[in-house]
Design a protein around this ligand. Structure first.
Ligand SMILES: [Zn+2]
Ligand SMILES: [Zn+2]
Length: 431
């Protein structure tokens, strides 16, 4: 295969963008008289072609369902051509066979400029892609490499973090009408400006300065923040099941959703602990601290550290949790662009798990677990049946495992950032 041949077999993404599905979809035209290897199969041909699970090009094995990088004649690093393999089929020719592949295109910020210019400009990170409704049939020679496009579920606090510099997708685009689903504000801030996982350093520097200037000017009451001011901002998450949304700190401060009931850092921590990630109602142990004039909070604001106060809430019983875990549980959930692995979901996983483990302890679950383990034979961890027994007990009683102290000691030492005390505009809980 010469380089000229390869160049001729490049995908025609830009042309296909405007081709409507009603005009024949991804299939070739019966009157197309180009050489076979340049002419996509017609719909009839495609139906009769043998199906395959994989093909090999340049020693790389491509399979159905893979996310792939396509050959791009412009070699534009910021706009790599990505698609998902939907189907692989073989067309028999006189000499041998040709592999043709049905792909569904991912669209980059550059592709979006033509379809929805405003969205592409402010809404997308360099590595973000939108799943489009455009399909195309490509010759196997167009395929360069296999990649992975992470599904970015912003609303799911248990999601694994998306590594920096990797491709991700959270929206789909209808390329004919430029509509984007789900709606940007489904789990993003009410300002409808989507969150960026990463952005070039120089731009981030500019964005942080713009945000500081907004605060300095005290512009909250005179105008809405610009996309650049919002880019430099922190986002706060409300983990309650009916909220599950991120809000820019700027937008919250603008709408007077600051946590004005803060009597002290301790009462703010107790209100944060009341926000249960699995129930809409506050956790009963902390519910008395959530009111506008929390009598409990006043009683508790006399200088005792948070750990001592939380332990006092268990009415004399011992709390078998590391102090570091309680400190993490009482943190607000925040994320910020360009924070590496913390930029996609921030500290959500740690804080949510810490709160669940703390609730389990307060409800006596941890004691049950310790009692259960004490009843097992010495060396039980070598026995598969003992593991099954413990696992079943955990499931029946809806328990989490016991906390690993070293993990929480490390988690609490992760660099914190200065955050404003704000509340969720949906449920009024501390976030
Ligand atoms: Zn906002
Ligand atoms: Zn909420």
């Amino acid at each position: 295969m010469t380089s000229t041949d390869r160049q001729q077999k490049k995908p025609s993404k830009s042309q296909k963008k405007k081709k409507k599905i009603s005009e024949g979809g991804p299939f070739g035209h019966p009157l197309d008289n180009r050489p076979s290897h340049l002419r996509p199969p017609t719909e009839d041909e495609w139906r009769g072609m043998g199906r395959g699970k994989a093909f090999v090009v340049n020693n790389k094995r491509f399979r159905k369902g893979d996310d792939v990088i396509l050959h791009d004649p412009d070699n534009d690093e910021e706009n790599r051509w990505l698609a998902k393999i939907k189907s692989i089929r073989m067309r028999q020719t006189l000499r041998d066979g040709e592999v043709w592949v049905l792909v569904q295109w991912y669209y980059s910020a550059k592709d979006m400029e033509e379809i929805a210019p405003n969205f592409g400009m402010v809404g997308m990170s360099v590595h973000e892609r939108l799943m489009s409704d455009r399909e195309e049939l490509l010759n196997a020679e167009c395929f360069e490499d296999i990649t992975w496009v992470y599904e970015y579920r912003e609303e799911d606090p248990d999601s694994i973090p998306i590594p920096a510099g990797t491709f991700f997708q959270r929206y789909c685009v209808n390329t004919e009408y430029g509509t984007i689903t789900p709606a940007c504000e489904s789990w993003a801030c009410q300002c409808k400006i989507p969150y960026h996982i990463s952005t070039p350093q120089w731009k981030m520097h500019e964005a942080k300065q713009a945000r500081q200037q907004f605060y300095h000017e005290n512009a909250f009451h005179s105008r809405t923040p610009s996309p650049m001011e919002v880019l430099g901002d922190l986002s706060h998450f409300c983990p309650r099941p009916e909220c599950r949304a991120w809000f820019h700190e700027l937008c919250l401060a603008r709408k007077h959703t600051e946590d004005e009931t803060t009597v002290s850092d301790i009462s703010r921590a107790l209100r944060l602990l009341a926000v249960d990630p699995d129930l809409q109602v506050p956790h009963p142990t902390f519910s008395r601290f959530i009111g506008q004039s929390p009598s409990g909070a006043k009683t508790f604001s006399s200088g005792l550290p948070l750990i001592t106060r939380v332990k006092a809430l268990k009415h004399g019983s011992q709390i078998n949790l590391p102090d570091s875990l309680i400190k993490v549980a009482a943190r607000p959930i925040v994320k910020r662009t360009n924070c590496g692995e913390l930029s996609s979901h921030g500290n959500a996983r740690d804080v949510v798990l810490a709160r669940r483990l703390l609730y389990q302890e307060l409800e006596g679950g941890h004691e049950f677990l310790i009692k259960l383990l004490s009843q097992l034979d010495v060396g039980w961890h070598e026995s598969f049946s003992a593991y099954t027994h413990v696992w079943q007990a955990l499931c029946v009683h809806r328990l989490l495992a016991s906390p690993y102290v070293r993990y929480w000691d490390k988690a609490v030492s992760r660099r914190g950032t200065e955050v404003r005390a704000v509340v969720c505009p949906k449920c009024n809980g501390a976030i």
